[in-house]
Design a protein around this ligand. Structure first.
Ligand SMILES: [Zn+2]
Length: 151
């Protein structure tokens, strides 16, 4: 049985890649043996520029936007390789919400969703084990929903 106490994961879950480009990159990173979201590796693997380098988090665009998303930001924990939110410090949690508010102001976003997967990816739908958040805003068209896995 998987518990939080003995949770260890590889860096990437290739079986959930959403397209060939993502799968090829995931395979290369797993072969290299580096966590793509640890700060020292982030710019080496992530094809989008860093929008803002905050004290505890990096902000970038997600490599591949969720279908129908107008905005899809990636917010990656800088301090260390962590898998679940229970190890976040209060100041890291606070800055994540400050970033969420900043992105909505900066991009004049009328509504958005914060997705923060934590723990084993078989239960979250995640593909990168390093703790990170997605901040996503749809098109505003009810006929074009943004969908993602949460388990
Ligand atoms: Zn990492």
């Amino acid at each position: 049985m998987i518990t939080k106490k003995n949770l260890t994961l590889p860096f990437l879950k290739e079986s959930v890649a959403r397209n060939r480009e993502q799968l090829d990159l995931m395979h290369k990173i797993n072969t290299d043996g580096n966590c793509p979201f640890c700060e020292s590796n982030f710019s080496k693997y992530h094809p989008k520029p860093i929008i803002r380098d905050c004290k505890f988090w990096l902000i970038s665009e997600n490599m591949t936007k969720y279908q129908n998303a107008k905005y899809h930001f990636l917010v990656v924990l800088k301090s260390s390789h962590q898998i679940e939110h229970g190890s976040l410090r209060s100041k890291e949690k606070l800055e994540l919400f400050e970033i969420w508010e900043w992105l909505e102001r900066e991009y004049d976003i009328p509504g958005s969703t914060l997705i923060l997967r934590s723990g084993h990816w078989d239960y979250t739908g995640g593909s990168v084990s390093h703790l990170h958040a997605h901040i996503v805003s749809g098109s505003g068209d009810d006929n074009k929903p943004v969908m993602t896995r949460v388990g």
